[in-house]
Structure formats: structure tokens, C-alpha cells
Write a protein that binds this ligand. Structure first.
Ligand SMILES: Cc1cc2nc3c(=O)[nH]c(=O)nc-3n(C[C@H](O)[C@H](O)[C@H](O)COP(=O)(O)OP(=O)(O)OC[C@H]3O[C@@H](n4cnc5c(N)ncnc54)[C@H](O)[C@@H]3O)c2cc1C
Length: 285
């Protein structure tokens, strides 16, 4: 296996596109190195992106959003006060990944590209309207909800990698939140994850995005759930409709962490709780 550590995105793209065997991008390695050690993968080439300066930066975008480089660790993201203030749900979701040791290495983009249906940061990014900036032969920008196409599968073509995630400008009177349910208090995989982002106008929900994790083959953007709370002040009836829409969208599996019925029920409850937190963060009472 060849290990390369380029210092530009262009060099990384060249290496990935020219390799005839199996090539992998290496970010924090907290998924990839585990799979390597378990003999689940046999790479011919690993392209480490941590020495690409632009991929280690968090920058404000000209329109007031944020560009988070693909090699930025969970710990570095959590230490950024401006993002934590604007998008607390995204930061909290990313900071739920693993332990302190994992936080020092893991990235949002690695979490996304590992393409686990239960990845914690992904529903929060989707709810926030995050976009993936892809580099390859051409540059393209893709909404995060379109990246994962199935368990372990992404929409990235050979020679493509994600350079950064962009988060939009936080609108006034808006808030986001992510909650997950795990059987233990930490270091476990989500049985269900739920993220809500919303914007208020005079206490009424004007815009909303609701996303779920671990309840289908891919993380889900649930439009019906957002529609259930838009135009309401998140009263009990709206919350009931939100929960029902989330439960209806689930297509989960039975496994040792939870049955289908359990996941369907918990998805509705967690989404309601996340919506209440997002509403309060947006200044709703
Ligand atoms: C002990 C432990 C606890 C964990 N706990 C959690 C948890 O609570 N919640 C959770 O969601 N996950 C958890 N994970 C899984 C893992 O830590 C996360 O998925 C993490 O975010 C992966 O990021 P990474 O940078 O380490 O990715 P890597 O391992 O470097 O890469 C993961 C995958 O993404 C690809 N990739 C990485 N960067 C790019 C890029 N820029 N462009 C294209 N492809 C790319 C890689 O080729 C690989 O296929 C845990 C893992 C461990 C070992």
C-alpha cells in the first residue's frame, strides 16, 4: 500500500484519479484505519488530506456563512465560538462522535463519506442546509442530503473528494438542534438521531428543515415533518403532526440496538424534543 500526503487539493485529485487500484482519502482515520486493521479493506493508495492547509481552515464565507475544511477535527470545530453560536446543533452533533481521543481526529466529512446511516453529524448538517464542496476534474457543490446513496456508498465519482462543508449564514431568529438516542450514555452508535433547524417570524415557524438518522438506509430529509410545523407556533398539535410525519418516514431495520417499532416511535419523540430546543434557541417562547 502506498501512502501519500499531498499539500494541495489538486495534487490529491491527481493521485486519486491516476490510481488504478483501490484508493482512499484519509482524513482522521477513525473509520478507515479501523476497517484497515480489521482487514475489511485492502487499499492500494491512501491519500492523507491533513497536510493540505486549506482543508484545515474554518473561514467565514462572503455571504456570512462558514466554510469548514474537510480535515477540520471535531475538537477544532467545537472550539470555534462563531460556529458554535450560529449552528449549535451541527457542533453538538459533531462533538457527540466518539471520545476526546476520537474528537482530536474525526472530521464531519469523514463522518459523511463513511456513509453510515447512523452518522451523528449528518442529520444536523442536512437540517442546517449544509453543502459539500467537491473537487475532482471539475468543482461541484452538492447538498449534503445527496451525498450518501446507501450504506457505505456516496455520490462521489472516482478522483473526487470533498474539500469543505459550507454552512449558510444563520438567519435572524433561527435555531437548530440535534438529539440522538443510544442505549449507553456515550461511545455508542445512534439508535435514532433527529435534527431540526427552523426560523421564526413573530413567534411563528417560517422555515424549517427536519432530518433523521439511523432509521433508513441513508440519512433522511423529511419535508413532510417540516411542513407540519411551518406556519405554527409549535403548539401541541403541530408537535404531534411533526412526530407522526417523522415516524411515517422511517424505514428502519431490526437489530440488537432496537426493533423497527421502537425506532419508529423514538424518531417521532426525538424530533419533537429537538424541535422544541431549536424553537427556544430561535427565541420562541
Ligand atoms: C471509538 C469510536 C467511536 C465512534 N463514535 C462515533 C459516534 O458516536 N458517532 C458517529 O457518527 N461516528 C462514530 N465513530 C465513527 C467515526 O469516528 C466517524 O465517522 C468520524 O467522523 C470519521 O471521520 P474521520 O475523519 O476519522 O474519517 P476517516 O476514517 O478518515 O474516513 C472515513 C471515510 O470517509 C472517506 N473520506 C474522508 N474524508 C474524505 C474527503 N474529504 N472526501 C472524500 N472521502 C473522504 C474515507 O476515504 C473513508 O471512506 C466512532 C469511531 C470510533 C473508532
Amino acid at each position: 500500500m502506498r501512502y501519500e500526503s499531498p499539500t494541495t487539493a489538486k495534487a490529491a485529485v491527481d493521485l486519486l484519479s491516476k490510481e488504478k487500484g483501490k484508493a482512499y482519502v484519509l482524513a482522521g482515520g477513525t473509520d478507515l484505519l479501523v476497517r484497515l486493521r480489521m482487514d475489511m479493506i485492502e487499499p492500494d493508495l491512501m491519500v492523507d488530506i491533513k497536510n493540505i492547509p486549506a482543508m484545515n481552515d474554518i473561514k467565514k464565507t462572503p455571504n456570512g456563512g462558514f466554510k469548514i475544511g474537510a480535515a477540520v477535527s471535531g475538537a477544532k470545530l467545537g472550539a470555534n465560538k462563531a460556529i458554535s453560536k450560529a449552528w449549535p446543533g451541527v457542533v453538538e452533533a459533531t462533538n457527540l462522535i466518539g471520545s476526546d481521543q476520537i474528537q482530536g481526529r474525526c472530521t464531519m466529512v469523514g463522518n459523511l463519506c463513511n456513509a453510515s446511516p447512523a452518522a451523528d453529524s449528518v442529520p444536523a448538517m442536512i437540517a442546517a442546509g449544509a453543502k459539500a464542496n467537491i473537487v475532482g476534474k471539475k468543482r461541484r457543490t452538492v447538498p449534503v442530503e445527496d451525498i450518501v446513496t446507501g450504506p457505505g456508498k456516496t455520490a462521489l465519482a472516482k478522483g473526487e473528494l470533498i474539500e469543505a462543508i459550507t454552512l449558510p449564514k444563520k438567519a435572524p431568529k433561527s435555531g437548530d438542534a440535534y438529539l440522538r438516542f443510544i442505549p449507553r450514555t456515550e461511545m455508542d452508535i445512534a439508535v435514532v438521531g433527529a435534527a431540526v433547524s427552523l426560523t421564526l417570524k413573530k413567534g411563528v415557524v417560517e422555515k424549517a428543515r427536519v432530518a433523521l438518522g439511523a432509521v433508513a438506509a441513508t440519512p433522511l430529509l423529511v419535508k413532510e415533518a417540516a411542513d407540519a410545523i411551518i406556519g405554527t407556533s409549535l403548539d401541541d398539535e403541530a408537535l404531534e403532526a411533526l412526530g407522526a410525519a417523522c415516524s411515517a418516514a422511517c424505514k428502519p431495520i431490526d437489530d440488537k440496538r432496537g426493533t423497527v417499532e421502537y425506532r419508529v416511535k423514538v424518531a417521532g419523540v426525538l424530533a419533537q424534543r429537538a424541535a422544541k430546543i431549536a424553537y427556544e434557541r430561535a427565541g420562541g417562547k
